[in-house]
Design a binder for this molecule. Structure first.
Ligand SMILES: NC(=O)c1ccc[n+]([C@@H]2O[C@H](COP(=O)([O-])OP(=O)(O)OC[C@H]3O[C@@H](n4cnc5c(N)ncnc54)[C@H](O)[C@@H]3O)[C@@H](O)[C@H]2O)c1
Length: 419
């Protein structure tokens, strides 16, 4: 047993908050109950590289109930909730290596500590763990039976590994389940991104011009919630279909070169790099707020911004808000350009992570049960897992739905009946 957390004395607070989140995660709780009886993960060491939040703690408790030995590290240097890390280590006996604000060297040292436990399964969020395992410890890779991946960016990296024939064990793309990205990315990121910006800045959203870069599931959620708070929303995109969708959803769509001049708040959610860059910083208004909710801290070109501000032109003005002085204009970067919802707030509400993490738990079970047939590639979440999670979630929301009549079943499977 070993761990590296910021403050063990925070464990009690962490325990309380984990229990609170658990009350909003009934689907995961029902899986945990079954796992405790059936122990489908018996004897397996799971290495979890996830945001160390209250919701993740409930996922890790579920894996443990299923018989797994769990070791955990952070999937982002700024997203750890230190009280949760302390509770996981002290109350749950889960070796946890995560400290909010850890530097890059500590981040990878923690990841290495987790890999030292020689896992048979990986549970990743962004593909840093799998990438490190393949690049730095190729000898250890054959010990891994399977893995799961939580986010869009991680799935993109894994598909690149698969295309390069570099991926050496099967991974289930949890992100691509409908019960994950249609809800977590849209409603979760939508709400919690604004929550992070508001907590960090206390800014009034009503009447502001908010520029949302990227109109994927995350961008759709952020844009619609920002509109709901009374902001005028401008969307920027590179994909014509997504841009068209934004136009038809009633948003103004512009190139960033134009939007940069008018935005009060900029939110990047593209999974791409340099979305806000030097020429944009040059035309932004005084007091513009810049935040990112995409997976990595590469969407705002902070090196270029820092170069423009110079050594004396940047200062911390509030917790999680840094001011960069550019030609006399103040540009305010929230949460170091890292995931703002996890850096400056608590991440997604538990009710939505209930479905994402139900997918994680059931996909871990599924991958193990299929270990003799799966190949080293990226797998979709089986449709019956996705449907079952939606069914269970509706049940916990007391929302019954209609059932097909036998005549309807027959009609939908026949091609002979027409006009
Ligand atoms: N903050 C969170 O908690 C959280 C939750 C889920 C996903 N994510 C991350 O958010 C990012 C987006 O996820 P998603 O599911 O919406 O992905 P997505 O692929 O569905 O959408 C991304 C969109 O960005 C667009 N885009 C790419 N480059 C662009 C550019 N230069 N300018 C404007 N638009 C551009 C793409 O065309 C696409 O429509 C990923 O990095 C994902 O891992 C974060």
């Amino acid at each position: 047993m070993s761990h590296d957390v910021a403050d063990e004395k925070l464990a009690e607070l962490g325990r309380q908050r984990i229990a609170w989140a658990d009350t909003h995660m009934p689907v995961l709780a029902s899986i945990r109950e079954r796992f405790a009886k059936e122990r489908p993960l018996d004897g397996i060491t799971v290495a979890a590289c996830l945001h160390i939040t209250t919701e993740t703690a409930n996922l890790l408790r579920t894996l443990k109930a299923g018989g797994a030995r769990v070791v955990a590290c952070a999937s982002n240097p700024l997203s750890t909730q230190d009280d949760v890390a302390a509770s996981l280590a002290l109350d749950e006996g889960i070796d946890t290596y995560a400290i909010k604000g850890e530097d890059g060297e500590t981040y990878y040292r923690h990841m290495d500590a987790v890999l030292d436990e020689r896992p048979q399964m990986t549970m990743d969020d962004g593909c840093d763990l799998v990438s490190r395992l393949h690049q730095a410890r190729p000898d250890q890779v054959p010990e891994v039976i399977a893995g799961t991946e939580e986010t869009t960016t991680g799935v993109i990296r894994l598909r690149a590994m698969e295309a390069d024939k570099a991926l050496r064990f099967p991974i289930v793309a949890v992100n691509d389940a409908d019960t994950k990205h249609m809800f977590d990315n849209r409603y979760g990121t939508g709400q919690s991104t604004l929550d992070g910006i508001i907590r960090a800045t206390n800014v009034l959203l009503a009447g502001k011009i908010i520029v949302v870069a990227g109109y994927g599931y995350c961008g759709k959620g952020v844009a619609s919630r920002a509109r709901g708070m009374g902001a005028q929303v401008v969307v920027t995109e590179v994909d014509p279909l997504r841009a068209l969708e934004a136009v038809m959803d009633g948003f103004r769509v512009e190139p960033m070169a134009d939007a940069a001049r008018e935005g009060d708040i900029f939110i990047t959610v593209t999974g791409n790099r340099d979305v806000l860059r030097s020429d944009h910083f040059e035309v932004m208004k005084d007091g513009a707020i810049l935040a990112n909710s995409g997976h990595f801290d590469i969407e705002i070109d902070l090196d270029a911004l820092a170069a423009k501000a110079g050594a004396h032109g940047r200062r911390q003005v509030r917790e999680f808000v840094e001011e960069f002085l550019v030609d006399g204009r103040r540009l305010l970067v929230v949460a170091e350009g890292r995931l703002v919802n996890l850096g400056a707030a608590e991440g997604h509400p538990a009710a939505v992570m209930d479905m994402s993490f139900a997918n994680q738990a059931l996909c871990a079970e599924w991958a193990l049960s299929q270990k003799d047939t799966l190949e080293p590639r990226v797998y979709d979440v089986p449709r019956d897992i996705d449907s079952e999670i939606a069914r269970l979630k509706l049940e916990t929301m007391n929302t019954p739905i209609d059932v097909l009549t036998p005549a309807q079943v027959e009609y939908l499977s026949s091609w002979t009946v027409g006009t």
